[in-house]
Design a protein around this ligand. Structure first.
Ligand SMILES: [Zn+2]
Length: 99
């Protein structure tokens, strides 16, 4: 029986390792812009989090994001925009699961 290896990534919110495909990737582009990487293929330094509101809160409550992405500080406005994008993404995921 062939065993397929599932790539795991550590969530920066809860610290648990989860299958990469089920996670949300946030990527920092070379010009220090943060964005949600829905395709998982954008280049740049990325980090992962579970599509979970608790993890999202954990990520944004401290400097976890800045540390994971090796950034000094993250622009307040950019952080707020990113958080909003993630919140919407997670809510959509939940809606799909309910269908
Ligand atoms: Zn998590």
């Amino acid at each position: 029986m062939a065993r397929r290896k599932i790539p795991l990534r550590r969530c920066i919110g809860c610290g648990q390792r989860q299958p990469k495909q089920s996670m949300i990737r946030v990527v920092k582009s070379p010009d220090d812009t943060l964005s949600v990487d829905a395709s998982g293929k954008k280049s740049g330094r990325g980090c992962y989090l579970c599509p979970d509101a608790a993890c999202l809160t954990a990520v944004f409550s401290g400097d976890k994001l800045a540390r994971a992405l090796r950034m000094g500080t993250i622009d307040h406005q950019m952080k707020a925009t990113l958080k909003q994008e993630l919140v919407e993404l997670i809510e959509n995921d939940v809606d799909e699961a309910r269908r």
